[in-house]
Design a protein around this ligand. Structure first.
Ligand SMILES: NC(=O)C1=CN([C@@H]2O[C@H](COP(=O)(O)OP(=O)(O)OC[C@H]3O[C@@H](n4cnc5c(N)ncnc54)[C@H](O)[C@@H]3O)[C@@H](O)[C@H]2O)C=CC1
Ligand SMILES: O=C(O)CCC(=O)C(=O)O
Length: 526
């Protein structure tokens, strides 16, 4: 049974499926203090949040079983991604479900800002009838500068075009083709800032975008410009905005988000030129249902070990590629596990070589799985998320390469590890109808399946050596399921791989090692 902790308000309908799953216990605890969250997280397998819950490093540290943090929405700035990655916890979001709602909200703010609707309504409620004070401006033929033309920025552009606005956009990742398709003029930041009658930001909050719109930028804007932020507080420097409004440079601002939420004693909210909502961009029935459904499905997939798509701390793998790589996943992990269990010394390098059909794909997801297989021999709680990070942190060099030589197989993966004392390698393939097979250990060709408990023994090729091992195992009632032997030359270096039904007692291992011809023995669990 998996415990899924939900600490922010999520749509009931959106979480219906996960709540009814037989293998899931859903615990809803909203409005927790930080200390209460530290307690509640201890035995949770999954945490589902919106933006209120702050999933800080100490929360992640406290979690003993946490496998996934799911953000029902886009922005993950309330989650310490680095801490989650380090601990191998997958962070997923719901990038698409609230796009339309947030674009519509931004558009509502745009019109409200242009026509002073909130201020006029407020005045009317005070018993006033002041038509002169609320003369607005048309959107028609005005320039809207969009900073960040992603999902929401693009939807906003379409709506602005319908209102006959000139739309220009700055986004470092915007292609000419996409700008043309959207009917948007591509601009650099300075142009977008200088030409906008309305300027709206739709980027994530990152180190690069923090205070992207600062005092310097305000100075370059048109006099009387209007500013919108329905993305994240902090993209616009709030103090600089306040001053620009006071100086008359900016004639109005519409804010859905703040550097600190909820804002306390926020000077901007005392200005009549500022209209604001309490982070309502995604607050529609439809958006909340969409994002809750999306993250619930992701959490179910992750807990059940099934493929998932919206991980924030894993490079995204297109579904088509994921499907093509799926058959190789087991082989990749087992090769990593095998080679690490037959190596001694401090690990310094892992070289993964791909050949044949598999080499035609982007193999980086498979390399992460190989790393997981290798490192899980040395470390606890290694998974595809933290394996590259852990390798780097421990100074293990990872080399991924492709070669034309597939050793006669249609596909071929070889994992070689270099340690402080030796170099070891294990290679394998997928055999049509038989699945993953190990085909080479160091320089010895073998044919070993990738399941169960194995003994890997290095010995001298002398008569009686194999028999003596068999006799000892038999004397302790250990059954040998399959056996493979290989040698370099008669009387020379040789190996045995025995598939046995249960692990060996320590005493028996010692007895086998004492046989004269035996040089080394490794137990391998696959
Ligand atoms: N107010 C609300 O309730 C909501 C706010 N949001 C926020 O809206 C923002 C945008 O969300 P989406 O459109 O879904 O994200 P997205 O990832 O689709 O788009 C972000 C765009 O910003 C661009 N970008 C990144 N760095 C940039 C930079 N330095 N300068 C200019 N452009 C840059 C990216 O290339 C991308 O195209 C996010 O901050 C998100 O958290 C999202 C949903 C609801
Ligand atoms: O959960 C919410 O209402 C906030 C949505 C949001 O800001 C986001 O998705 O980035």
């Amino acid at each position: 049974m998996y415990k899924v902790l939900i600490t922010d308000p999520l749509s009931d309908l959106g979480i219906e499926k996960i709540s009814q799953a037989e293998d899931i216990e859903v615990v809803r605890k909203t409005g927790l203090t930080h200390d209460e969250l530290l307690l509640a997280i201890e035995d949770a397998d999954a945490l589902m949040v919106r933006s209120q819950t702050k999933v800080t490093a100490d929360v992640i540290e406290k979690a003993k079983r946490l496998k996934v943090i799911a953000r029902a929405g886009v922005g993950v700035d309330n989650i310490d991604i680095a801490a989650a990655t380090q601990k191998g916890i997958i962070v997923v979001n719901a990038p698409d479900g609230n796009t339309i709602s947030t674009a519509e909200h931004t558009f509502a703010m745009l019109i409200s800002l242009a026509r002073n609707i909130p201020q006029a309504y407020h005045s009317l409620l005070q018993g006033e009838w002041n038509r002169k004070a609320f003369v607005g401006t048309e959107l028609n033929q005005k320039t809207l500068s969009i900073i960040g033309l992603g999902r929401i920025g693009s939807e906003l552009a379409k709506r602005a075009k319908a209102f006959r606005m000139n739309v220009i956009a700055y986004d470092p990742y915007l292609s000419d083709d996409r700008a043309e398709k959207l009917g948007v003029k591509k601009a650099d930041l300075e142009e977008a800032i200088a030409q906008g009658d309305f300027i709206t930001v739709h980027t994530p909050l990152t180190k690069e975008t923090k205070h992207l719109i600062d005092r310097n930028m305000f100075a370059k804007m048109k006099d009387g410009v209007r500013i919108l932020n329905c993305a994240r507080g902090g993209i616009i420097d709030e103090q600089a905005l306040y001053d620009a409004i006071q100086e008359g440079k900016v004639s109005g601002a519409a804010l859905d988000v703040f550097e600190s939420e909820p804002p306390r004693d926020q000077p901007l909210l005392t200005l009549p030129q500022v209209i604001a909502t309490p982070h309502l961009g995604a607050s529609t029935v439809e958006a909340q249902e969409n994002v809750a459904i999306d993250v619930s499905e992701e959490v179910l997939h992750i807990l059940r070990g099934e493929p998932f798509k919206n991980a924030v701390n894993l490079p995204s793998v297109p579904a088509e590629l994921q499907q093509k790589l799926q058959p190789y996943q087991e082989l990749a992990e087992k090769l990593g596990k095998f080679v690490s269990q037959i190596s001694k010394g401090a690990l310094s390098q892992i070289t993964i070589t791909y050949a044949g059909e598999v080499a035609e794909f982007d193999v980086s997801p498979l390399s992460r799985t190989v790393l997981k297989g290798v490192l899980s021999h040395y470390l606890n709680n290694v998974n595809d998320v933290n394996a590259p990070h852990l390798a780097k942190k421990r100074g293990v060099q990872v080399v991924e390469q492709k070669t034309m030589s597939s050793q006669g197989f249609t596909q071929y993966i070889k994992v070689e590890v270099k340690t402080s004392t030796e170099i070891r390698s294990v290679a394998g393939t997928l055999l049509n109808g038989f699945g993953a097979r190990i085909t080479k250990i160091n320089d010895y060709p073998v044919d070993v399946n990738t399941h169960g408990h194995l003994l890997f023994i290095e010995h001298q090729d002398l008569p009686g050596a194999i028999g003596r091992v068999g006799t000892l195992l038999g004397s302790q009632n250990i059954n040998i399921a399959t056996m493979q032997v290989g040698r370099q030359m008669i009387g020379g270096q040789a190996i045995m791989i025995l598939q046995i039904d249960k692990p060996l007692p320590d005493k028996l291992i010692e007895s086998i090692k004492e046989i004269n011809e035996i040089q080394s023995l490794y137990e391998v669990d696959l």
